[in-house]
Design a protein around this ligand. Structure first.
Ligand SMILES: O=C(NC/C=C/[C@H]1OC[C@H](O)[C@@H]1O)c1cc([N+](=O)[O-])cc(O)c1O
Ligand SMILES: [Mg+2]
Length: 214
């Protein structure tokens, strides 16, 4: 048995990062992934692009699909404006348990809600359960084949509004071809590709930013 990689990542945060200091939590995870064990966080290079988009949108309401260990959750939450709130959906309870502790170590637990379960099950209930009218920003980083069905569900549930910004990780590697074709062809989206690399590697990857036009 022994520990899982997310548990070893959490231990690295608790040993190396300062409680309440989100920058040190981000740095500790990046150090762990570069020098100990690769893990599927968005990483520092794509994370810098994520930061710039979040800062530009300055969302009051944000949704993340795929929490994993909470790395991108911390990157987003640390940049939210006063009153801003982030809901992050995670299917795997073990990942969710680690993420809650990483987010708390960063001191951001008051701005973040980690919700366990399948995105497709939860999206239709976000409005009634969390009093959300619509999202200003959505970060997609969960199962790659769920990106397309989940944004269609968000559209159907009226959770996107004119100007909502979607940012999708891994559109090259592992790849999300059906999602990419949809947002690039649809008249309802204005899409732009930010080229980068797969976290902690030299492989090509990138983020697709898509603005919902209504
Ligand atoms: O599968 C990826 N992400 C989806 C995560 C899926 C897992 O976490 C949520 C779900 O419970 C599943 O167990 C992924 C994979 C790679 N990769 O290089 O294989 C790189 C990335 O940035 C990724 O987000
Ligand atoms: Mg990813």
């Amino acid at each position: 048995t022994g520990t899982t990689r997310p548990q070893r990542l959490l231990r690295a945060v608790q040993e190396r990062a300062t409680r309440g200091d989100s920058e040190s939590v981000i740095a500790a995870i990046d150090h762990f992934c570069r020098h100990q064990e690769w893990a599927m966080n968005v990483g520092d290079e794509k994370g810098f692009i994520l930061d710039s988009v979040v800062s530009e949108v300055s969302p009051q309401t944000a949704l993340e699909l795929g929490t994993y260990c909470g790395y991108s959750t911390v990157r987003i939450a640390r940049l939210l404006p006063p009153g801003g709130h982030l809901i992050t959906l995670e299917f795997n309870p073990n990942y969710a348990a680690v993420a809650r502790q990483v987010i708390a170590w960063a001191g951001l637990e008051d701005m973040v809600q980690v919700v366990e379960g399948a995105s497709g099950d939860w999206i239709p209930h976000l409005r009634e359960h969390f009093g959300i009218e619509s999202f200003d920003f959505v970060f997609l980083d969960h199962w790659k084949e769920l990106y397309l069905p989940d944004i269609k569900l968000l559209e159907e549930c009226g959770l996107l509004r004119k100007g909502t910004v979607l940012l999708a990780d891994n559109v090259i590697c592992p790849g999300t071809p059906d999602y990419l074709e949809y947002v690039r062809k649809s008249q309802s989206y204005e899409s732009h590709y930010f080229g980068s690399h797969l976290e902690y590697t030299r492989a090509e990857d990138g983020l697709e930013k898509s603005v919902y036009l209504g």
